[in-house]
Design a protein around this ligand. Structure first.
Ligand SMILES: [Zn+2]
Length: 80
């Protein structure tokens, strides 16, 4: 006998996969994605991208904006 008690089964999400590792640009599942947020400077803000797409999106930013990203420090005086 099977009761129809399940309304909506919540999707089981593995702890290490809180989000779908899907690049918002190339629409492919990736091992590593990064959240892009330039504070409104890019139309690509607020989404996750794979390394390749992240770089493309990032490179569209102005030099000034790029400088606001921590990892962009390497072109300037590196501190660590
Ligand atoms: Zn991508």
């Amino acid at each position: 006998m099977r009761e129809k008690e399940s309304k909506k089964m919540p999707k089981l999400i593995p702890k290490n996969k809180m989000i779908t590792m899907m690049c918002s640009k190339c629409q492919k599942e990736q091992d590593k994605i990064g959240f892009f947020d330039s504070g409104g400077a890019s139309m690509w803000d607020g989404h996750f991208y794979c390394r390749g797409c992240f770089n493309k999106v990032f490179n569209q930013l102005s030099e000034k904006k790029k400088g606001e990203f921590g990892f962009y420090e390497k072109t300037k005086t590196s501190k660590s």
